[in-house]
Design a protein around this ligand. Structure first.
Ligand code: 5RP
Length: 224
């Protein structure tokens, strides 16, 4: 594609490859972010119904003419396609929530019979070490931040770029990006974060992804 940078090309290849797995009549979870966007656009002519994970993916689906549905109108989700901020090659554990949509993403990706992750090579690592996005009820912020420190994290409220105030999620909550350094035990940390009162959802996705499609220079690498 003309004018497309290396990373954007990799994202497009990964998104389009994952979209090829969709079958006629399926209910598909529509992920959030620039990589999942390529998958949504590739479903333009598909006979599917989509469940968006965010306001952003809802808009993209409408633009692409993908009919929308919701979890309470379907019996199940056949497949979900979503991006990641980082994935661990060995375990398939992910960090998501760069777009602040991880609460809905975890519900829909987790409900799917198969969950495909789409990514460019910059997202791959051996050990997860990016800050983990934590969605938090606004009133609970001081308590949640203290508990995150007790878990060994450094919490940082996500501020809205160019605005004087915090990012507010699609669910009306705050986002705290919490750095833990190298996360050697994502499952253990995920359990501890989920137990904090006031945490709506965190961006550690453990044992949820079935396949990761990584766009590379020569095509697409598949990791199962
Ligand atoms: C949003 C997400 C995104 O999937 C993640 O941030 C990756 O985005 P991109 O494909 O634009 O790099 O988790 O909450």
């Amino acid at each position: 594609m003309k004018g497309e940078g290396g990373s954007e090309g990799a994202k497009r290849r990964a998104g389009q490859r994952a979209a090829r797995e969709v079958e006629s009549g399926w209910v598909v979870g529509l992920g959030t972010g620039s990589t999942a966007a390529h998958a949504i656009r590739a479903l333009e002519d598909a006979d599917v119904r989509g469940i968006p994970t965010s306001y952003q993916s809802r808009g993209l689906a409408i633009e692409a003419g993908v009919p929308l549905t919701s979890l309470d109108e379907v019996e199940g989700v056949d497949l979900s396609i979503d991006g990641a901020d980082q994935f661990a090659r060995g375990s398939g554990a992910l960090i998501k929530g760069g777009g602040g949509a991880h609460a809905r993403e975890k519900i829909i990706d987790g409900a799917a019979d198969r969950f495909l992750v789409v990514a460019d090579p910059t997202k791959a690592t051996d050990v997860l070490d990016r800050p983990v996005p934590v969605e938090c009820l606004p009133d609970a912020r001081p308590v949640v931040e203290n508990r995150l420190r007790e878990c060994g994290g450094e919490p940082d409220l996500r501020e809205a770029a160019g605005k004087d105030g915090p990012v507010i999620t699609d669910n009306g909550n705050l986002l705290i990006d919490c750095a833990f350094g190298a996360i050697e035990d994502p499952g253990g940390l995920a359990t501890r974060l989920s137990a904090i009162p006031g945490v709506v959802e965190h961006g550690l996705f453990v044992d949820l992804a079935d396949t990761v499609y990584v766009g590379i220079e020569e095509g697409v690498e598949r990791i199962d």
